[in-house]
Write a protein that binds this ligand. Structure first.
Ligand code: DQA
Length: 146
């Protein structure tokens, strides 16, 4: 069965409370419940992980590489700062690949959010579609790889 890991980086555990004008009122638990329902409908296996720590995210990505999983990742602010995250995700890119998701349209925001260390090695990037981006990414894997 196709295995997908949905990974959320720093501050995304605060969804629903944090800047609702930018990120909306949906919580991370709501998103994970919706994606879990979608995954069972599509017949794919999905796992979830969130951390505010860069090293913990790297180790979860290493695990996904060992499992041969596809990755859906909202790397939060590490998108714009982390070469280490890029290096870990490069291993995923050699396998099923990863989709980079942003709830907000980072290109319509501050200039420092316009650059991603990850986008050029991602299968695709979804930004600005709100929390629907996670479902769209899981659908992509199910349709292309399932
Ligand atoms: C974000 C955009 C990032 O710039 C920001 O640091 C986040 C969330 C998004 O989902 O829109 O934490 O990845």
């Amino acid at each position: 069965m196709l295995n997908i890991v949905v990974i959320n980086g720093p501050n995304l555990n605060r969804l629903g409370k944090r800047q609702p004008d930018v990120y909306g009122s949906t919580t991370l638990q709501d998103i994970e419940a919706d994606v879990a329902n979608l995954a069972s409908e599509l017949g794919v296996h999905v796992e979830f992980f969130q951390s505010n720590y860069e090293g913990a995210l790297l180790e979860r990505i290493h695990q996904a590489a060992d499992d041969g999983a596809g990755v859906v990742i909202n790397p939060g602010a590490f998108t714009h700062t982390s070469v280490a995250l890029r290096d870990a995700l490069a291993e995923i890119a050699d396998g099923l690949g990863f989709v980079e998701v942003h709830i907000s349209n980072v290109h319509a925001r501050e200039p420092f959010r316009h650059h991603s260390y990850l986008s050029d090695i991602a299968r695709g990037v979804i930004a600005g579609l709100g929390t629907y981006g996670y479902s769209a990414a899981v659908r992509y894997f199910a349709e292309m790889e399932g």
